[in-house]
Design a protein around this ligand. Structure first.
Ligand code: PEP
Ligand code: MG
Length: 570
């Protein structure tokens, strides 16, 4: 047995066989073909094999997962049988004497673009189907053997270098019991997605990919961050018992689902959830979330090959607002850059991407991108309680510039006769020390703050959040961080505004007593952390935590603060 340690990214324990997920390379070059008829035969054969595969997957899915899940493969089959796709590919091969893989990709891309620009969400989603089907046929044309995460049909633990948002979107929770990756940290985006999917995960193991073969028995302990490769029977029994204990604890927490969040001495706070896609809303409701405190819209821009249209965005925002049924939804405008790349923007590589051209900096420069998002948000605002916030604000000037663009788009929509809510709150993320220090000035102009500790800590401590070697400097309890947080909360309160926190710190058991004591109004976290946090807050006295926080602010190190908090008797 080998034990690999990584970062506990999503709670729970899973035991299953390893499934290695490696992405094929679909780079295609255009080549001139002398025997076009042979190329057509190659295409036909790839299409036939693909159809056979799809028919088998469809039959199995129907038997195991039901009609709804099987529909997707039926629509893939229909695409492959559609002469409107296949004939132009054949024509292209014949007329231009080019290779089948190139012709297929070119034609498919035209359809994908067309679907993405359709008004209806249903048709927009067909773009993803077209992409999947094209890859399946390309696998056969290029001789690639690849099983996509959506096709996994037995219980497995997915092992990967990293997982992209589209990988995680395809993971079927019935079969994928857990995952573990080589790279990433607790605040990297695959970790965040694991928590919203409620799949146990360990990330940042550095070498799980080289230690594990397909079919090895794996235990993923998302509570401790351990991954066991080929454990013995005794270990398996031990971990299954640990998993049962954890399940019982979850059942206890679930009883608090419909309850408000109130401390032992009667102070109300709001517990909201961080989401990445409209599909995550179900988990928010299921875990008793009182709102969405952070909707990371960049996932809408990732996993596709061009910018999402205003319609695609409007539909996503509207779905989230409607499904949250009037509860507040804080949408963060595009935060691309850092560890989140958009290959189709073709931005130059930077020496220090986390300190570079990202988030609001990019949006203020690429106003075409930003204005489209603002319009989509403003149009969606009539469907619920929308709050908008700008990421990575470093100066008041940036906030004002972003706000002015929003106001301009609002005025344009009014002129076009489109309805926009007049109740939208406008806030900023506090992720950069300059903004935390100058919070009193910002508080006069914004409606709220949301503290993004994942970045605020990395910038305050000058420690890259993706670099495991400096991860010891991710110190949420460091008094320097606590003082910045206090400054922000006090500044907001002095102006009658509210402060939330949407960094991972908001759901951290050791941080919660301190944040309650510092007067944080809203805690936004992974949906699965909400009920444990509600149960914890119910046992704490806000007045006592205020005294505790005051003491913590006078200490010198994160360790001293942690010891102070851990001495609390619940
Ligand atoms: C943060 O920085 O704390 C935050 C919530 O934003 P992200 O993790 O998406 O950078
Ligand atoms: Mg951030």
């Amino acid at each position: 047995m080998i034990k690999i340690s990584g970062i506990a990214a999503s709670a729970g324990i899973a035991v299953a066989k390893a499934f290695i997920l490696k992405h094929p390379d679909y780079t295609i070059t255009k080549t001139s073909i002398s025997d076009v008829e042979l190329e057509i035969v190659k295409l036909e054969s790839a299409l036939e094999i693909s159809k056979g595969e799809l028919a088998r997957i469809k039959a199995r899915t129907l038997a195991e997962l039901g009609e709804k899940k099987a529909e997707i493969f039926e629509s893939h089959l229909l695409i492959l049988e559609d002469p409107e796709l296949i004939s132009p590919v054949m024509d292209k091969i014949r007329e231009e004497a080019v290779n089948a893989d190139y012709a297929l990709q070119e034609v498919a891309n035209q359809f994908i673009e067309m679907f993405e620009n359709m008004k209806s969400t249903y048709l927009q989603e067909r773009a993803a189907d077209m992409r999947d089907v094209t890859k399946r046929v390309l696998n056969h044309l290029l001789g690639i053997s690849y099983v996509s995460p959506a096709e996994i049909s037995e219980e497995v633990i997915v092992i990967a270098e990293d997982l992209t948002p589209s990988d995680t979107a395809q993971l079927n929770r019935k079969y994928v019991k857990g995952f573990t990756t080589n790279i990433g940290g607790r605040t990297s985006h695959s970790a965040i997605m694991a928590r919203s999917l409620e799949i146990p995960a360990v990330v940042g193991t550095k070498h799980v990919m080289s230690e594990v073969k397909a079919g090895d028995l794996i235990i993923v302990d998302g509570l401790s961050g351990d991954v066991l490769v080929n454990p013995g029977e005794a270990e398996v029994a031990l971990y299954i018992a640990k998993q049962k204990e954890y399940d019982l604890q979850i059942a206890e927490w679930k009883k608090l689902r419909e309850e408000p969040t109130v401390s032992a001495d009667g102070k109300h706070v709001e517990l909201a959830a961080n989401i990445g896609t409209p599909n995550d809303v179900a988990g928010v409701i299921d875990n008793g979330g009182e709102g969405v405190g952070l909707y990371r819209t960049e996932f809408l821009y990732m996993g596709r090959d061009k910018l999402p249209s205003e319609e695609i965005q409007y539909n996503a925002y509207r779905t989230v607002l409607e499904n949250m049924q009037g509860k507040p939804v804080v949408v963060r405008t595009l935060d691309i850059g850092g560890d989140k790349e958009l290959p189709y923007l073709e931005l130059p590589k930077e020496m220090n991407p986390f300190l570079g051209f990202r988030a609001i900096r990019l949006c203020l420069d690429r106003q075409d991108i930003f204005r489209t998002q603002l319009r989509a948000l403003l149009r969606a605002s009539v469907h619920g309680d929308l709050r908008i916030m700008f990421p990575m604000i470093a100066t008041l000037g940036e906030f004002r510039a972003a706000r002015d663009l929003l106001l301009e788009e609002k005025a344009k929509l009014h002129e076009e006769g489109k309805e926009v809510s007049d109740q939208i709150q406008l806030g900023i993320m506090v992720e950069i020390p300059s903004t935390a220090v100058l919070a009193d000035q910002f508080a006069k102009e914004v409606d709220f703050f949301s503290i993004g500790t994942n970045d605020l800590i990395q910038y305050t401590m000058a420690a890259d959040r993706m670099n495991e070697r400096v991860s010891y400097l991710y110190q949420p309890y460091n008094p320097a961080i606590l003082r910045l947080i206090k400054n922000v909360i006090d500044a907001a309160h002095a102006e009658g505004k509210w402060t939330g926190m949407c960094g991972e710190m908001a759901g951290d058991v050791t941080a919660i007593p301190l944040l309650l004591g510092l007067g944080l109004d809203e805690f936004s976290m992974s949906a699965t952390s909400i009920l444990p946090a509600r149960s914890q807050i119910a046992k704490l006295s806000a007045a006592e935590m205020k005294e505790l926080a005051a003491k913590a602010l006078q200490l010198g190190t994160a360790e001293e603060v942690a010891a102070l908090v851990q001495a609390i008797n619940y």
